[in-house]
Design a protein around this ligand. Sequence first.
Ligand code: PLP
Length: 480
Amino acid sequence: MTGRSAAADSTEFNQNGLQMSAGEMADLAQYATEILVERWQQLADERAWEGDFRDSLASLLDEDPPEEGHPPRHVIDRAVKDVLCNTLRLDHPRSFGFIPTCPTWPGVLADYLAAGFNVNAVAWLVASGPSQLEAIVVNWFRQWFGLPEGAGGLITSGGSAAALHALVAAREAANNPRRAVVYMSDATHSAQMQAARVIGIPASRIRALPSDQGRLMPDSVAQAVSADRKAGLTPMIVCANAGTSSRGAIDPLSELAEICADQGIWFHVDAAYGGGAILTQRGAKALKGIDLADSIVFDAHKWLFQPYEGGCVLVRSADALEKAFAIQHDVLQDTVWGVKHANPSDLGIQTSRSFRALKIWMSIQTFGLAAFRSAIDNGLDLAEHAGEYIRASSVLELMGGSLSIVCFRVNPGGMDEDALAHINRVVLAQMFWHGHAFLSSTSLDRRPALRLCIVNHTTTWRDVVETLVEIEEWAQEAVS
Ligand SMILES: *Cc1c(COP(=O)(O)O)cnc(C)c1O
């Protein structure tokens, strides 16, 4: 009896005000859904960029946490109006800056479901279904990139985290040599440089070799490796690109792989952006040699149309991650279920993990891979047509690009490099503040370039051509 009344009493402690009734839960979810569906339907009619300066946002949002709560619809309204709307709309059909993403609805719902089911994708004991599903999604990726059956990997927050995992695995596989050297090109994404720093490689042993048209030249790698060996250093990792973020450049993967195989160097390939192209015929041809990688980084939250966050690290030998990361821990001793049940937390630096594989699986299950292939192909087509348009334009100059990235500049003729740099800055600023599209710039061989990155399954040729026409108009205005 005493036990019972203690239990009855304990319900008293539960009256903390953090629960909602079933009706309220469903009503709020419905409200949030309506807001999202309306946003998606109106997206193309909105500006691609929205944002504000610190002072105005601080005056809207700076406050102490309230001791008493507010009506939940009011809280959602505030979040939408003052916070969520002040963002670059990366899924807008004319959002061409950086490397955006445009998720599918089942992917968004998957994140909602994963949060609602409160999944912690840490271990088999805690989440057997999610662990199995993540292994399946990773295995799909393994097959896409042509890695052998013993390969494995992990879904990560993104490409940067994936790169770090790959480099740690590489260092451990090389038995952590004392004077290790890492090679990449000067066009390589900073994530590789960061990962090299985090694994303890000082700047003096990170070789950012000059690229040619954004590509790492095998000869320069071979020379640097040989010079470093002579100096008593240990060449450890070559970081190659399968689609640089600046202009989509793809390094000569097969040749670099051969050097690495000869020299016993880990061959890492950053396909965070370009990896999606593997699903198309053209892309697979362009990425030839990626199957020779010891590790690959791929972002599903770029050219595979997933919500943030969804990166992946693949390693040629699945043990490489476990060898690098698995550490037994008393409080998790019950989760050890043997080799058939590798716990995701043993393959990387996260213990508690959100269930990121679900969105990839659900969106592919819903639409089928053919739809993804065709959406990726569409990006390749649009980039090709944009290139043709720019080539034929009297005020635009094509500067480079590959896969779905097109780099160009305003160049009406008769201007020196300084004047060209200036006019391109002016046009970019006009597009930013007044334009109907969002684009960002880059530097190609130290010359400023405008850039379209087309990885959105809703983007049409009309979106692309109207953006280019608008740039031509701003250019005319800037010269006159
Ligand atoms: C985006 C990107 C990264 C970094 O990935 P995140 O998901 O942003 O962490 C690395 N390399 C390339 C080529 C990229 O495009």
